[in-house]
Design a binder for this molecule. Structure first.
Ligand code: 5GP
Length: 126
């Protein structure tokens, strides 16, 4: 069973400019923007512009150019937010909720980049 991309999802609408967003970074293949319901002082979503449902869909079918651009975009956002430990930042968490068990609400690949406070242990029930 493969993936069927729903082009009416909210991030597809953001990419088409139908819904406003607070952009942090735009590259040829990616957009990074602030989450509308931030869970920490810094909460940015990084998405590819291509129609990928989730991380494995992207990892298995995107071009090398898209994959490099996505990875570099995440790195650039950590620098822009000054959270990268390599330049003295306090760190961050990357998270890609996927599918039913991962509780993915929006069916367009997005990596949450969360930072700005101690984030606690990664997994808790509930
Ligand atoms: P998920 O549960 O799919 O991993 O997370 C989806 C995220 O998208 C949530 O953190 C939610 O706050 C965010 N979100 C949903 N709708 C919008 C929107 O219209 N604009 C922005 N910037 N974020 C949104």
């Amino acid at each position: 069973m493969g993936y069927l991309y729903d082009d009416q999802n909210i991030f597809a609408k953001i990419l088409r400019g139908e819904i406003p967003n607070t952009t942090v970074l735009e590259t040829e293949h990616c957009l990074a923007f602030r989450d509308i319901s931030a869970q920490a002082p810094e909460h940015v979503l990084v998405i590819p512009k291509g129609p990928y449902v989730c991380f494995d869909h992207f990892a298995n079918t995107a071009s090398a150019e898209e994959i490099v651009d996505f990875t570099r975009a995440i790195g650039q956002v950590t620098s822009a937010l000054k959270v990268d430990p390599g330049t003295g930042g306090d760190g961050y968490r990357l998270l890609a909720n996927t599918g039913k068990d991962g509780v993915q609400d929006v069916p367009h690949l997005h990596v949450h980049l969360v930072a700005g406070r101690p984030l606690g242990r990664m997994l808790r029930d509930g």
